[in-house]
Design a protein around this ligand. Sequence first.
Ligand SMILES: [Zn+2]
Length: 93
Amino acid sequence: MLRIPLTLHGQKWEIRFCKKIMHEGREVAGLCEINNKIIRIWTGLSGKQLAQTILHEIGHASDWHKDEPYVDDQADAMVKILFHKAIQGMLEG
Ligand SMILES: [Zn+2]
């Protein structure tokens, strides 16, 4: 299992890439476990979906009190700008 340590606002988190993630009886693509500081990301994701899910879960980790639409909108905006053609070249450069 791929595990990537991440320090966020002074707290040590770990991003774990998992083949299956269950939450409240259903399969999910991402999960933020606030109590043990683990973000789980489904290994089946790639591209924009992978980026959106990671940013969404980091949004929860950053501020647990923000609701689902807030972290989703924020992640969408970040994916939109980071995947913009003009920005892609700059990121690689
Ligand atoms: Zn969420």
